[in-house]
Structure formats: structure tokens, C-alpha cells
Write a protein that binds this ligand. Structure first.
Ligand code: AMP
Length: 220
């Protein structure tokens, strides 16, 4: 039986480094990485009913409706690998999702232990989003300026082809940022009030951000 489950949220705008940092933290913390965007992309790729419902929203950079998203993530959190907690990335993104998550955890006598609020200026985010490339096999993120693979277009880890997400265009990036500020940023105050939030400077090297994040969870 796992002791003291840890539920940690990576909160931050698109391309603030949540996915990159989650890959590092999950190993150190031994927690599964639960990324709502990855779950939606998996469903889209496999043409499930859920994926088809989500597609139009994702294509425009809008949020998928709360009921669909909450059901999908709640289901994922009920898998046995989440018994010891989870590293949540991209969820919650609205107050309704945060309240639903609090409710799901409270039913098991659990709560969110820490929210890592990654701060990056908007102009940096747009450049990061449009230059982002991902491995088709493992999802490892690269960037055409800041994080080049050793061989152009090929993942260093498994040789997978690198691709650009359909929603990583300039226009969709601007919309995703707008959606973040309108619908997701109220979560910053929501979790500050719960006393579980720590601000992280996401506008520094990947290594420096990882260190700051690790320091913010050592007491858990
Ligand atoms: P991400 O990979 O986190 O940037 O998510 C990609 C897209 O999936 C978003 O632009 C939304 O359309 C959808 N999505 C991911 N997570 C959520 C969420 N928590 N609530 C609503 N839509 C989401």
C-alpha cells in the first residue's frame, strides 16, 4: 500500500515548459505523468468518440468542455498507477475542473499537495510555441532554436520523426494564450488561497527551472 499519495499540479500557460519539466520530475518523484492534452491527442489519433468530440476545440485552441475533460481525467486518476499520486499537466484549466478535482480527491480523503505555478512572459511563449517540435514516438519536445536534436528532424532518444503540432501555429498560439489568461489564470488565486501554490520562474534554462521545481517539492 502506498503511503502519502502526492498530487502535484504543473500550472502554466502553453509552452511554459510543463511537458519538458514533467518528464524530469516524474522520474525524480516516481509519479505518473497525467497530461490532459496527451490524453486528448491519444484519443484523436485512435479516432475514439472522445477524440472526435475534442477535435474541433483543439484545432482552434479552445478548451474542450469541462464535462468531457473532467470525466476523462477522473477516469485516468482511477488507474492503479495513480494510487501513489500523480503529476498533473494541463489539468485543471478552469475553476470548474479544479473544483471537480478537489471533489474526486476529497472522496478518497486526499487533496492537492502542491501547485507549481510556472511564470513566463507571453512574448517568450509565442516564440516557444511556433518553434516547438515533438517526437512522433515518445513525445519528447524539441525547439528549432533552443533545443535542437543531434540529427535534424530526428528524436535523440528513439530515432522517431519530429513533427509540429497542428495547434502550434502563430494564430492558434495567440488564441491559446488568450484562453489561458481568461479561463485558466484564475486558478493561480484559487490555489494561492488553498496555500499550496509556489511560483516558479519559467524564463530560465531548462536545468535551472528543474532545480527550482525540485526545491519546491522536497518537503512533500
Ligand atoms: P496541451 O497539450 O495541454 O496544450 O492541450 C492541447 C489542447 O487540448 C488544448 O488546447 C485544449 O483544446 C485541449 N485540452 C487539454 N487539456 C485541457 C483541459 N484541462 N481542459 C480543456 N481542454 C483541454
Amino acid at each position: 500500500m502506498t503511503k502519502n499519495p502526492k498530487y502535484i499540479i504543473l500550472l502554466g500557460p502553453p509552452a511554459s515548459g510543463k511537458g519538458t519539466q514533467a518528464a524530469k520530475l516524474r522520474q525524480a518523484l516516481e509519479l505518473p505523468h497525467v497530461a490532459s492534452g496527451d490524453l486528448f491527442r491519444y484519443n484523436l489519433k485512435n479516432k475514439t468518440e472522445l477524440g472526435l468530440k475534442a477535435k474541433a476545440y483543439m484545432d482552434s485552441g479552445a478548451l474542450v468542455p469541462d464535462d468531457v475533460t473532467i470525466a476523462m481525467v477522473s477516469d485516468r486518476l482511477s488507474w492503479p498507477d495513480c494510487a501513489g499520486g500523480a503529476l498533473l499537466d494541463g489539468f485543471p484549466r478552469t475553476i470548474a475542473q479544479a473544483e471537480a478535482l478537489d471533489h474526486v480527491l476529497a472522496e478518497k480523503g486526499l487533496r492537492i499537495n502542491r501547485v507549481l505555478n510556472i511564470l513566463v512572459p507571453d512574448e517568450v511563449l509565442v516564440a516557444r510555441i511556433t518553434g516547438r517540435r515533438l517526437c512522433r514516438i515518445c513525445g519528447e519536445p524539441y525547439h528549432i532554436l533552443y533545443k535542437l536534436p543531434q540529427v535534424e528532424g530526428i528524436c535523440d532518444l528513439d530515432g522517431g520523426e519530429l513533427y509540429q503540432r497542428d495547434d502550434d501555429t502563430e494564430e492558434t498560439a495567440q488564441n491559446r494564450l488568450k484562453v489561458y489568461w481568461e479561463q485558466t489564470s484564475p486558478l493561480i488565486a484559487y490555489y494561492r488561497e488553498q496555500g499550496v501554490s509556489v511560483d516558479i520562474n519559467g524564463d530560465q534554462s531548462i536545468k535551472a527551472v528543474t532545480e527550482e521545481l525540485m526545491n519546491a517539492v522536497t518537503d512533500l
